[in-house]
Design a protein around this ligand. Structure first.
Ligand SMILES: [Fe+2]
Length: 441
C-alpha cells in the first residue's frame, strides 16, 4: 500500500482513498478472523507476556479513536471512559486481565462503531493538507500498521496458548538449501563491498519516526549469510553442547540460560534422538531446512560466536537490501519473493525465495522470520519524535535490540527494508530468528 502511494510521486499525498479504505477493511477482516474464537479463549490470559486477545481487539479500535477521530478528525470520541484501560503504557500486559475489559461482543461492536466514523473522517479529509498527520494519509497508515502489528502479536499469543486448530495454515514454496554444498550450489555467504549507503528514509509516506531521517552510513566490506540460520544449523549448536558452554555467551545471557534452565529454542522438545516442536498446538518434527524461530537475542548471539561469526549490525542488515524499499526493488512483494502475510503459519524453508534476493545475493531478508541484529534500538542522527514520544523515543537506549525484516506473520503493509522492530534480548515468543555476519579482514 505505502508503495502504491509512493509510486504516485512526486506528490505521494494524492493517495487514493479507496485504497486506504480497502486496506483498512482487510486489516479488520484479519483481526476478526484471529479473534473468531470462543469467549473463554478471548478473555483468558494465555501467557503473562501477552494481553488477553480481547484486550488487543478493543485496543485496536481505541487507537483509531485516539489518532484518527480525535487527533486527525477533531471528532468527539465514542467511549472516552475506556481510554485508560486500553492505554498500553498505563497497564503492563500481565495486569490487563484484571482490568474491566469490554467483553468480546462489546469489543466487536465498539471497534466497528469507531471504524464507521474513521471512514467518515477518511471521506472528508484532505490528503493534501500540510498537517503531518493528514498529509498523504499518514494517520491511516499509522492505524493500519498498528492493527497488523497487533494481529502478529495475536498470532504469538495463539502460539503460546498451545491450543490446536485455532488458526489457518497454508503451503510454502520448497527450499533449495544445499544441505550439502555441492558444485553449482549457491555459496552460503554473500559479500557486501565497502562504501556508503543511505540508511533510513525521508520519502516513504507511512514510515515511522524511528526510520527517519535518511542518512549516509559508510561501512567496511563484510560477509553476510545468504539465508537465515536454519533449524538444522541451530540443532548442531545444541548438539555440540552450545547451551552448556560459557564461552559462547555474554555474561547476562549465560546467567539467563543457566537460571531458566534453557537448552533449546522455545517450543522445542527432545524426542528420542531428534527434536519436535509445538506449532500452534500440534507436535511435529522440527523441519531442518526452515529458519530457526523463537530464539532470544542471547541465543542468536551465542550461536554466532560458536559459528565463528557475529550478528550483523542493523546497518549491515539494511545495506544488504541495497537502499531499496524491498531487497528486490520498490515494487510490492510478490508471493515468490517473500513469505509475508500469514500465507502459511510458519516460515518457508531456507532458499524458498530466490526471486526476493537483494543486490548482493542475500535472500529472505524480508519475511519468514524477524532477524535479530547486534544493534541497540537508538535514534538516527537528526531524529524527531512523531506523532508521539511513546511510539519510539521512550524505548531508545541500551535496553532493546533491533530486529529487522518482518516474519511470515507480518503483513506487507508493515514490512520494508527500513522498518525497525525492537525487543528485550530475552524475548522468544516473537517469530524471530537471525543470520550471521563476519568481517572481511
Ligand atoms: Fe498498540
Amino acid at each position: 500500500m505505502r508503495e502504491r502511494l509512493a509510486q504516485r510521486e512526486p506528490d505521494p499525498r494524492h493517495a487514493p482513498k479507496e485504497l486506504i479504505a480497502a486496506e483498512l477493511a482487510a486489516a479488520r477482516d484479519r483481526s476478526l478472523a484471529y479473534t473468531d474464537l470462543e469467549d473463554d479463549l478471548l478473555v483468558r490470559q494465555h501467557s503473562p507476556l501477552m494481553s488477553p486477545l480481547v484486550w488487543d481487539l478493543a485496543h485496536v479500535g481505541n487507537y483509531e479513536e485516539l489518532w484518527v477521530l480525535r487527533e486527525a478528525g477533531g471528532i468527539t470520541p465514542l467511549r472516552p471512559e475506556i481510554d485508560d484501560i486500553y492505554d498500553a503504557f498505563k497497564h503492563p500486559r500481565k495486569n490487563r486481565p484484571a482490568l474491566p475489559l469490554l467483553g468480546p461482543a462489546e469489543a466487536r461492536r465498539y471497534i466497528s462503531g469507531v471504524r464507521g466514523r474513521v471512514l467518515d473522517v477518511l471521506d472528508a479529509v484532505d490528503l493534501e493538507d500540510p498537517d503531518p498527520l493528514r498529509a498523504g494519509g499518514f494517520v491511516f497508515g499509522l492505524v493500519l500498521q498498528h492493527e497488523h502489528q497487533h494481529d502478529e502479536t495475536m498470532l504469538a499469543t495463539l502460539q503460546l496458548s498451545r491450543e490446536p486448530g485455532l488458526i489457518r495454515d497454508g503451503e510454502s514454496p520448497p527450499g533449495r538449501v544445499p544441505s550439502a554444498v555441492g558444485a553449482g550450489a549457491p555459496s552460503r555467504e554473500v559479500f557486501v563491498p565497502p562504501g556508503p549507503f543511505t540508511m533510513g528514509t525521508d520519502t516513504l509516506p507511512w514510515a515511522y519516526d524511528n526510520e527517519r531521517p535518511a542518512h549516509l552510513v559508510n561501512l567496511p566490506g563484510y560477509w553476510l549469510d545468504r539465508w537465515p540460520v536454519s533449524n538444522g544449523d541451530y540443532a548442531a549448536f545444541v548438539a555440540d553442547g552450545g547451551y552448556g558452554d560459557r564461552r559462547w555467551w555474554r555474561p547476562e545471557g549465560w546467567e539467563w540460560v543457566s537460571a531458566k534452565g534453557i537448552h533449546a529454542p522455545l517450543f522445542w522438545t527432545r524426542n528420542g534422538d531428534g527434536w519436535w516442536r509445538d506449532r500452534f498446538g500440534r507436535m511435529e518434527p522440527v523441519p531442518p531446512d526452515e529458519p530457526v524461530q523463537h530464539v532470544s537475542w542471547y541465543e542468536a548471539d551465542a550461536y554466532a560466536r560458536w559459528a565463528g561469526k557475529r550478528l550483523p549490525t542493523e546497518a549491515e542488515w539494511e545495506k544488504a537490501c541495497g537502499g531499496r524499499t524491498f531487497p528486490w526493488g520498490d515494487a510490492e512483494p510478490r508471493a515468490d519473493q517473500a513469505g509475508l502475510g500469514h500465507r502459511a503459519a510458519r516460515p518457508a524453508p531456507v532458499g524458498a525465495y530466490p526471486a526476493g534476493a537483494g543486490p548482493y545475493g542475500a535472500e529472505q531478508l524480508i519475511g519468514d522470520v524477524w532477524e535479530w541484529t547486534s544493534s541497540w534500538f537508538q535514534p538516527y542522527p537528526g531524529f524527531r519524535s512523531f506523532p508521539y514520544a511513546e511510539y519510539s523515543e521512550v524505548f531508545f537506549g541500551e535496553t532493546y535490540r533491533v530486529l529487522r525484516g518482518g516474519s511470515w506473520a507480518t503483513h506487507p503493509t508493515a514490512a520494508r527494508t527500513t522498518f525497525r522492530n525492537w525487543d528485550y534480548p530475552i524475548r522468544r515468543q516473537i517469530f524471530a530468528g537471525f543470520r550471521c555476519a563476519r568481517g572481511a579482514g
